[in-house]
Design a protein around this ligand. Sequence first.
Ligand code: ZN
Length: 151
Amino acid sequence: MKCRLLREESTNPCEEYPGVWRCRACGATGEGPKIERCPECGSPVGQRSGRIPAGTVLENNQAHILVKMGIATPEDEECTRAAGMTPSQMTDAQHAQEKVRRGIHPDDYEAYDAGVMVGYKPDGSFIPGPNYLDSVVEENRKHGPIIVEDE
Ligand SMILES: [Zn+2]
């Protein structure tokens, strides 16, 4: 069964996968067994790259596990069946994976899911998400306007 990687992976998620190559001269990449010369420019291709580009289709009997982990989408019927997930479950798994990659603390999952934050600054404060301002406005509304009394 086959799945398609959603992002570049630094290591091969499937141990049996033969790997990819990358031409240092022209940047061409491909998947499959090691080749001697780049088919694009003819330069010798040295070692295989450890990195696997986003969009690479992996053929593996564990492909459905990558789908369940939210790092790949099914590429054939067999993988779709084995994963047994609805499109929304797959989206949820991908979001969960994204949170892990960004190092979001479980306490902040709610804020992340609401688009309030997308990560942390070095001092630990939130990197604002698309809905950050809305949450500040909402927070002010809940606590009411700040009344400054004249002395
Ligand atoms: Zn090349």
